[in-house]
Ligand binder design. Structure first.
Ligand code: ATP
Ligand code: MG
Length: 382
């Protein structure tokens, strides 16, 4: 008998002919999440098994695979031989500590000499004989003993734990997230990675107006996200001169609008150079002045890549809940300047008129400023 972690996947079965591709990506991502822990990963009829790990490591393995997208549910259980004695030995270990139980058997191997009902009855009977404190309740038991009969043995486990669901990261291509140090963009990363996108990260800073602490904060966020995004790098670009130019030459209420157009252009350049298929932001309709329809349109118009905004219909409360759940919230609320708050006008335009925006932008050497910013790109790996 061996302790194993049983992994069931979500949605992959929907993918018909591409199934092999999805499963391959899923297995790779599981492997990556288990890096540094001795283990073997086996695929068996519709699920994966993590086996041959050090004693006492099951919980840690479960914790790591829990946040791999594509994991629908998982269980810690036992891989046993095919005999009733061996199955019973494991059943004793997973049966509830007290109260009531039932046995639920699934017979993947139809050649097994007993059918599911007979196996459940046999193991249930033996459990009752061995544990006088337990009673059977098939409707609402305090615990269930699950038995899964397979080719050369059985899996025995006591519960199904929910994984994060979604699609394996990497199966939907690559996208570039504009990541700030705020609450929203890390959540946007999570949402898109959940649908299988490889999320790459680009951060704008305005050193020396924003300091090292602000950058450190974004690196910390990127690290926290890496267990979901499987990305271990972040690129930063300095937009200080762009902001100074906008501040010096353009109508004050358009500071944010104009800066965002630069961010989008630079992000698109960067995405195209690296073959990324879309841009992603943490914007939510109406949340702040720059996130009105007019604000969103103004930045969309300077790029041709699709811009995904997975939080567009979320309330701030909902975003905060999700940020807490994925573990980025506490870092996001640390007080550091973001470049968007440098030179923040007192009354930013909420409905910037496109003709006026373009007129003000013509006062700047857009192409040269973008070149200059691109040259400051710095890759941080962690
Ligand atoms: P967040 O919580 O993600 O910072 P926000 O509500 O503060 O969002 P804004 O600051 O207007 O809103 O930013 C909107 C989006 O623009 C962010 O979600 C992010 O995708 C992008 N963004 C903002 N600041 C930066 C930055 N310094 N670097 C890269 N992207 C940024
Ligand atoms: Mg912000």
């Amino acid at each position: 008998m061996e302790t194993v972690v049983i992994i069931r996947y979500a949605e992959i079965h929907l993918k018909g002919k591409n199934r092999g591709y999805f499963e391959h990506a899923f297995a790779n991502n599981l492997e990556r999440s288990l890096r540094g822990l001795r283990h073997e990963l086996h695929r068996t009829s519709g699920r994966w098994l993590v086996a041959n790990f050090e004693e006492g490591k099951a919980e840690e393995i479960a914790e790591r695979i829990r946040s791999v997208f594509g994991v629908h549910s998982y269980s810690i259980g036992y891989l046993t031989g095919a005999s009733m004695d061996e199955i019973f030995e494991a059943a004793l270990l997973v049966a509830p500590k007290s109260g009531t139980f039932k046995v639920e058997t699934h017979r993947g191997n139809k050649k097994y000499p007993l059918n599911s009902m007979e196996i459940s009855a046999e193991i249930g009977g033996r459990l009752l004989a061995a544990r006088h404190d337990l009673k059977v309740d098939v409707h609402s038991p305090s615990g269930t003993v699950y038995i899964d009969i397979r080719e050369n043995g059985a899996l025995v486990f006591g519960s199904y734990m929910r994984g994060v669901g979604g699609m394996p990261v990497g199966t939907a291509g690559e996208g570039l997230l504009l990541i700030s140090g705020g609450i929203d963009s890390p959540v946007a990363a999570y949402m898109m990675a959940k649908r299988g996108l490889s999320v790459r990260l680009l951060h704008f800073h305005s050193y020396p107006y924003t300091n090292e602490g602000a950058k450190e904060k974004v690196v910390t966020l990127a690290k926290l996200l890496s267990k979901y995004t499987q990305t271990a790098e972040l690129t930063t670009v300095k937009v200080t001169h762009i902001q100074e130019e906008i501040h010096a030459k353009c109508a004050e209420e358009l500071n944010v609008t104009l800066l965002r157009r630069f961010m989008f252009r630079i992000a698109e350049r960067f995405a195209r150079e690296n073959g990324y298929a879309c841009l992603i932001t943490g914007e939510s309709l109406g949340q702040v002045a720059s996130q009105t329809m007019e604000g969103l349109t103004s930045s969309n118009l300077v790029v041709t890549l699709p811009v995904l905004r997975p939080l567009i219909g979320f309330d701030k409360d909902e975003i905060i809940d999700r940020a807490k759940q994925i573990g980025t919230y506490e870092t996001s609320i640390l007080p550091y300047e973001d470049c968007c708050t440098v030179f923040l006008p007192e009354h930013p335009a909420t409905r910037p008129k496109l003709s006026f925006t373009e007129e003000e932008e013509r006062k700047l050497d857009v192409a040269a400023l973008i070149e200059e910013a691109m040259a400051t790109a710095e890759k941080i790996t962690f």
